[in-house]
Design a protein around this ligand. Structure first.
Ligand SMILES: Nc1ncnc2c1ncn2[C@@H]1O[C@H](COP(=O)(O)OP(=O)(O)OP(=O)(O)O)[C@@H](O)[C@H]1O
Ligand SMILES: [Mg+2]
Length: 287
């Protein structure tokens, strides 16, 4: 961290390959690469936010579904254009943390900010307007609607012409162009996940949150999806992803979080977590 306070474009060059746009090559306007360009300018920083810190800051989250807390002082950050991955055992609270960050769960304590703006009190829909998109673990497509209708649904908050974004989604996931008139419910698991990610991208998010995007898909399809997610991150979108395939996900993670019982157990870069003997022993089958 530089501590400069002006962090509109941090680490953008860190991953390299910035010139490999996922826009169609014949498009002159490279500015619309699944995100708007408003950045965080003009947003006020809240008291418990590090203004020079990561783009998404979910700090000290404590809360649950009733009297019992599921999250216990859980902190998750994600940098602009980077991939942050949450792993941990079943029931650890990974999905709960995602729901809390997206505003589907009231926190007893803690805060969520994007671009220095405190969004802790906002509804999920208001967070979408602020640049968040969330692909939940289940029921993440409208099965009776066509692929293209699903993508159009993703643009419900937009008043501009979203045709170009649909084309960008088809460029990212070419199979969806072929299947655009088919009901999403008729697609394979991996193709459905592509629809779900594509629908989220239709909002031109600054932060894309994915809860187990590779659930139930083959290793080859998983690798393919991870490649596409890396491509999306390279356009400057912040990715926060929960993954059951811990090893493969940590391999591509700029930052990894191991959650246990709703609390941060280990936090480091993906490769460092993969090399950590304790993490290997307890979460990665000792390999
Ligand atoms: N809607 C709910 N109401 C009450 N309790 C819930 C609800 N959703 C989840 N829980 C409980 O919260 C805890 C954490 O669940 P969560 O779904 O966040 O775990 P997870 O880490 O995502 O697990 P998995 O790897 O199985 O997806 C579990 O004990 C679960 O039973
Ligand atoms: Mg879950």
């Amino acid at each position: 961290m530089t501590g400069s306070g002006d962090k509109t474009d941090p680490l953008r060059d860190g991953r390299g390959n910035r010139d490999r746009s996922i826009t169609k090559s014949d498009e002159a306007d490279g500015s619309e690469v699944f995100r708007d360009e408003t950045g965080s300018a003009g947003r006020e920083a809240s008291a418990n936010v590090d203004p020079a810190g990561p783009f998404l800051q979910a700090r000290n989250m404590t809360g649950g579904y009733g009297a019992v807390d599921i999250l216990n002082d859980c902190t998750i950050d994600a940098e602009k254009g980077e991939i942050s991955v949450i792993v941990g055992p079943n029931g650890a609270g990974k999905s709960t943390a995602m729901k809390a960050i997206f505003g589907m769960l009231n926190l007893r304590k803690g805060s969520v900010t994007i671009g220095g703006e405190d969004i802790t009190a906002l509804s999920p829909q208001a967070r979408v307007a602020k640049g968040m998109a969330f692909v939940p673990q289940t029921s993440n497509v409208f099965p009776s609607m066509t692929v293209e209708e699903n993508l159009e649904m993703g643009a419900f908050l937009r008043e501009d012409d979203f045709r170009k974004t649909i084309e960008q989604v088809y460029t990212l996931f070419p199979i969806l162009r072929d299947k655009r008139r088919q009901a999403a419910g008729e697609l394979s698991g991996g193709q459905r996940q592509q629809v779900a990610v594509g629908r989220a991208l239709m909002t031109l998010p600054q932060v894309l949150m994915l809860d187990e995007p590779t659930a139930g898909v083959s290793p080859i399809v998983m690798d393919e999806l991870f490649d596409r997610i890396i491509e999306v991150a390279r356009t400057g979108i912040t990715i926060l992803m929960v993954e059951q395939n811990a090893r493969q996900a940590l391999e591509i993670a700029d930052k990894g979080y191991v959650l246990v019982q709703g609390a941060n157990a280990h936090t480091d870069t993906g490769p460092a977590l993969l090399a950590d003997p304790e993490v290997r022993r307890t979460f990665l089958g000792g390999q």
